[in-house]
Design a protein around this ligand. Structure first.
Ligand SMILES: [Zn+2]
Ligand SMILES: [Zn+2]
Length: 391
């Protein structure tokens, strides 16, 4: 059996240099031009067939084995976030207001390392590895754009694998869980429309601030009183805007937020109650409501057979590590769109190190992770790919 951990460890300085370079030059979704160039260049050096401009800035590399066989898709996301970095590391972002605050710099570096690892052994397997470097994972629809541009054809993948560094867990932890592992995400904007007026004469207004505050309170009853305590859902109001002056009741208040669920039946229940509460509460307070509610990603559902094979690979490769086959999250991921079409497994790599103060949450201005996980992550991805290819 190939020792991918040792081989990945030998490539550690390559992986870390790449990751730090990408970290220093982060690019927002659909603007990953420099990143895509680096990816295409590195894959090209290995003699791979490389396609660029898939889903605007996405890159696809095909690594052919010694003979035709199964097609294994490995997906890595590339985009950064609109965050001003505060880590103070020497490789901190030089792009103002843009930061790799989710770890996708690490994913690209892992992906290119996996390409190196599998290239070295391409005469030892039959089949094709399709490495895809995806733009705009952070809520902008990069996966759907790549699918629309044909990333799941020519050749059509039989299995898809993806990963995420995970600062909610320490180095040495791995989350490889079958079934629904990340939630369906809905995004909502609610406008509560009343009648504005003088703050000292509220009786002549229909106060949308009061209506909005009641709506926010009552929305909390959905999870606590409509959903079974044995199921999961989230209703979060994340933004409230209305009014400018201390003595003016505004005509309108806008609320924005997100709903997270795992199962379609629970989502139906939550969105039905949501609509009822918003509309009826607004009406009870002489206001009206306009609701804009859209699902931005379905739940990420790991295929049980694919996942158990990745678990098997992990348990032989990562001896002594903490392999978790249960923990799931109400975060969301557009890998869900790929998994609606291809059976797959998406796994998490514990990446926090409290002693080194590398445990800030994802999307925070202080986010950074322990780079020692990079070779292990690449090793598991490469070994998992080989698991689905044939000798
Ligand atoms: Zn993120
Ligand atoms: Zn992410």
């Amino acid at each position: 059996m190939i020792n991918f951990l040792d081989e990945a460890q030998e490539l550690f300085s390559y992986t870390r240099n790449l990751r730090r370079d990408l970290h220093m030059h982060p690019e927002l979704g659909f603007m990953e031009v420099r990143t895509a160039e680096i990816v295409a260049k590195e894959l090209g050096k290995l003699g791979m067939k490389v396609r660029t401009g898939i889903g605007q800035t996405g890159v696809v590399g095909l690594l052919e084995g010694k003979a035709p066989g199964p097609v294994i898709l490995l997906r890595f996301d590339m985009d950064a976030l609109p965050v001003q970095e505060l880590t103070g590391v020497e490789y901190a972002s030089i792009n103002p207001g843009v930061m790799h605050a989710c770890g996708h710099d690490g994913h690209v570096a892992i992906g290119l390392t996996v390409a190196q690892l599998l290239y070295k052994h391409k005469d030892e397997f039959s089949g094709t590895v399709k490495l895809i470097f995806q733009p705009a994972e952070e809520g902008l629809g990069g996966a759907e754009r790549m699918i629309a541009d044909g990333v799941l054809q020519d050749p059509k993948p039989d299995v898809a694998l993806g990963l995420h560094v995970w600062n909610e867990k320490p180095v040495g932890w791995w989350g490889i869980v079958p079934g629904p592992i990340m939630a369906a995400a809905d995004k909502f904007t609610v406008r509560i429309i009343g009648k504005g007026g003088h703050g000292a004469v509220p009786n002549l207004t229909n106060d949308p601030i009061l209506a909005a505050s009641q709506v926010i309170n009552l929305l909390q009853s959905i999870v606590s009183r409509n959903i079974s305590p044995l199921n999961s859902a989230v209703v979060t109001v994340a933004s409230i805007r209305g009014g400018d002056a201390f003595n003016v009741i505004p005509a309108e208040v806008e609320l924005k937020g997100t709903i997270r669920t795992f199962e379609p039946a629970i989502r139906d229940l939550v969105t039905r109650r949501f609509t009822q509460i918003v509309e009826d509460t607004a009406r009870a307070l002489n206001c009206s409501a306009q609701i804009d509610l859209n699902m931005i990603t379905p739940a990420v559902i790991n295929h049980p057979d694919v996942t158990s094979r990745v678990q098997k690979v992990a348990s032989s490769l990562l001896k002594g590590d903490d392999l978790d086959y249960k923990t799931i999250t109400l975060g969301s991921e557009d890998m869900a769109f790929l998994f609606q079409r291809v059976p797959g497994c998406y796994f998490f790599i514990g990446s926090a190190n409290k002693d080194l103060q590398l445990d800030a949450p994802h999307h925070s201005a202080n986010f950074n992770f322990d780079e020692s996980i990079l070779p292990k992550a690449a090793g598991l991805m490469a070994a998992s790919a080989i698991e689905f290819l044939v000798d």
